[in-house]
Design a protein around this ligand. Structure first.
Ligand code: S3P
Length: 171
């Protein structure tokens, strides 16, 4: 689907798909403001995501994420890199779909595991076997990302600039 000059661009996909790196470059290219939901949650709450998970559990984090998305969706001219689990709530999927052009950055779980292997900031990957966890998350969420997306971009081992080009070709 093609939307002419979409005001907001929302990037969705699993952890390690490159949403933040790609989003930052894309925002610069389109002269839009870049926001990363995880970073914004940390900024607004003054604590890290692992601490939010520790104190309030995933449920508390999801509530804060939903509130933030509802808030940011009122803005225009954003490139928003979203947390990988944002599509779990149907309310969020509706907000995303209705307030911007949604791009799903897809990647194979093996690649995602490789990209996130030294990262301790993602509580859901603090498990013995992150690859199995990522395979499970991919199986559950891939249909949800596809449901909400206006465009799907396959990301491989190529440079972020190539992914940006692929997105620009879709919008
Ligand atoms: C999560 C992804 C993370 C962050 C949180 C939960 C998920 O964001 O929101 O750790 O459920 O997939 P990134 O996708 O930016 O890593």
């Amino acid at each position: 689907m093609t939307v002419a000059f979409p005001e907001n661009i929302f990037l969705v996909g699993l952890m390690g798909a490159g949403k933040s790196t790609v989003g930052r470059i894309l925002a610069r290219r389109l002269s839009k403001r870049f926001v990363d939901t995880d970073h914004e949650i940390e900024k607004r709450n003054g604590v890290t995501i692992p601490v939010i998970f520790e104190i309030e559990g995933e449920e508390g984090f999801r509530r804060r994420e939903q509130e933030l998305l509802a808030d940011l969706a009122q803005e225009q001219g954003l490139v928003l890199s979203t947390g990988g689990g944002i599509v779990l709530k149907s309310e969020n999927r509706e907000v995303l779909r209705n307030h911007g052009f949604v791009v799903y950055l897809n990647a194979r779980p093996e690649l995602l595991a490789d990209r996130t292997k030294h990262d301790r900031s993602r509580p859901l990957l603090n498990v013995e076997d992150p690859l199995t966890r990522l395979r499970e998350l991919h199986a559950v969420r891939d249909p949800l990302y596809r449901e909400v997306a206006h465009a799907v971009v396959e990301t491989g081992r190529g440079a972020p600039q190539q992914v940006v080009q692929a997105i620009l070709a879709e919008i």
